[in-house]
Design a protein around this ligand. Structure first.
Ligand SMILES: NC(=O)c1ccc[n+]([C@@H]2O[C@H](COP(=O)([O-])OP(=O)(O)OC[C@H]3O[C@@H](n4cnc5c(N)ncnc54)[C@H](O)[C@@H]3O)[C@@H](O)[C@H]2O)c1
Length: 279
């Protein structure tokens, strides 16, 4: 892709101060794109401002927002437009896992929180994005970060699996309907990445569900899945994961899907797991 096509443009990345979102934000900034991001984690926000915003003066806007709260997504778009005037790319990245609970052990509060962040918020972000693109007559692009859990049965618990399957449906529905208006919506479905996503497991894990996931991963026998399997022994030690999916490579894929070269790719879902789930 030509770097110039990203210059003078603006991207929104949700949950962009840590993990994959930060890598995506940095990739856009390197390509010359302004970045609007939001996060809920104070430490990550401070670190992003210190290390990333200062290196790209006047090209970042970082907002402390919980995108599951009413009005937060309107605020994200409105504040972003105040600073950068218009928006070209939108990445639904923020997400969380569950406790590996199968449905029979499901905790309704965790179900609600996972669906709110992984599915309802991305749907509202897509709504805001398409209406923004339509009002500006723009051929904007949306990229949704799914997971191999968007199509496999038990790589996580019921809530995460349902949320990521739902996100895939949202992607296809949006991509198909808005294709005639020049708006594209695609999904990337990564395997395991070394991010902070497993931190919440410190508060509790369904060991039976984790065991089922381990069986899945043994069958897959992929480096990215082995990360999770091996980590079960001491409840997630990300540094053990030396062969997981590289967030920089997933970020490059995000930019490709936003580029003109990908104009024929719409409503599609690309796995990014080194082939682990291809069989
Ligand atoms: N890490 C993996 O192995 C993996 C695999 C497949 C897919 N994914 C997906 O990748 C995406 C990014 O996850 P990650 O692995 O970087 O996790 P992460 O926890 O490192 O990053 C998620 C970011 O979102 C922010 N966030 C959380 N709740 C938020 C909220 N309510 N409002 C705004 N921001 C919020 C967090 O503070 C964090 O900065 C998620 O959609 C996740 O489901 C991750």
């Amino acid at each position: 892709m030509a770097p110039s096509e990203f210059a003078q443009k603006t991207a929104i990345v949700t949950g962009g101060c840590g993990g994959l979102g930060r890598a995506i934000a940095e990739a856009f900034l390197e390509a010359g794109t302004n970045v609007i991001t939001c996060d809920i984690n104070d430490d990550l926000i401070s670190d992003f401002k210190e290390k990333v915003s200062t290196a790209h003066a006047d090209r970042t806007l970082v907002l402390k927002l919980d995108i599951t709260k009413d009005g937060s997504i309107d605020e994200l778009f409105a504040e972003g437009k105040k600073v950068f005037k218009s928006i070209d790319f939108v990445v639904n990245n923020a997400g969380r896992i569950d406790k590996f609970d199968p449905v029979g052990a499901m905790d309704k509060a965790i179900w609600d929180a996972v669906i709110a962040l992984n599915l309802t918020a991305p749907a509202l972000v897509c709504k805001a994005a398409v209406n923004e693109f339509l009002s500006e007559g723009k051929k904007g692009a949306i990229v949704n970060i799914g997971s191999i859990a968007s199509f496999r049965g038990f790589t996580c618990g019921a809530a995460y699996t349902a949320s990521k399957h739902g996100l895939l449906g949202l992607t296809k529905n949006t991509g198909f309907f808005y294709a005639s208006k020049g708006i594209r919506c695609n999904a990337i479905l990564p395997g395991g990445m070394a991010t902070n996503i497993a931190n919440s497991l410190a508060q509790g894990v369904n060991m039976e569900g984790m065991g089922a996931m381990r069986i899945t991963c043994k069958l897959l026998d992929s480096p990215s899945c082995n990360r999770w399997r091996d980590a079960t022994d001491d409840l997630m030690v990300p540094e053990k994961a030396d062969l997981q999916v590289d967030t920089a490579k997933v970020s490059a894929l995000v930019l490709y899907l936003c580029s003109d070269a990908a104009s024929i790719i719409n409503g599609a879902a690309w796995t990014a797991d080194g082939g682990a789930t291809a069989n």
